[in-house]
Write a protein of this length. Structure first.
Length: 202
């Protein structure tokens, strides 16, 4: 057994345990407690298992789940950013995430670090059917969380239905069926008063 290799793997696992401390914008349904990034990663990876039949033909579920397990590890350093933040904030956050990826995946021995970094990059670029399906699930999970919390995050930040549709429409690139479901969820959120539209009076 290569003790040094094992030690580096364990150090990486200890470091990424910090993801349990990172709070996201969404809240846990039935509470006012912010969801953690680790909870999000677990939930969206489980969604991949349950909703796999809506993936395009040929998608590799194991690769999708691997992407979903690691895609938010960078939030250990970069934190979570509201999806509806302005372009300047998103550009700053993207730089911090790249720096975090450089640091975190380098903790692992070769070739483990390079393999996980390549998966992370693939997910970020939505560069394959696997990545596009994973990204679709990653956007669908917060939609569900907002619906189950009666629009808690949307209300807090003054988000409109038009913004939600625009920021989440790439779900269709990963799964047309899931995008149809997402559109119905957005419409129902408007109907229930969880999500305002731009046409509503102030």
């Amino acid at each position: 057994m290569d003790a040094t290799r094992l030690e580096r793997q364990i150090e990486f696992l200890k470091e990424v345990d910090r993801l349990k401390l990172i709070e996201r914008q969404s809240v846990v349904s039935g509470t006012r407690r912010p969801e953690t990034s680790a909870e999000h990663s677990w939930h969206v990876t489980l969604m991949a298992l349950v909703l796999s039949e809506y993936a395009p033909p040929g998608v590799d579920l194991a690769r999708v789940q691997a992407m979903l397990l690691i895609h938010d590890l960078v939030e250990i350093d970069a934190g979570d950013l509201l999806l509806y933040a302005d372009d300047a904030a998103r550009a700053r956050h993207a730089r911090r995430e790249q720096e975090a990826a450089d640091r975190l995946f380098a903790l692992l021995p070769s070739p483990d670090g390079e393999r996980l970094r390549a998966l992370w990059d693939e997910f970020e670029k939505r560069a394959s059917p696997d990545a596009r399906f994973a990204a679709a699930l990653d956007r669908l999970q917060p939609l569900l969380a907002n619906f189950m919390s009666e629009g808690a995050t949307w209300r807090r930040h003054g988000v409109t239905a038009e913004q939600v549709r625009a920021k989440n429409q790439h779900i269709a690139d990963g799964s047309p069926e899931l995008w149809r479901f997402a559109e119905a969820l957005i419409a129902e959120s408007v109907r229930r008063g969880y999500l305002p539209t731009n046409t509503e009076p102030p």
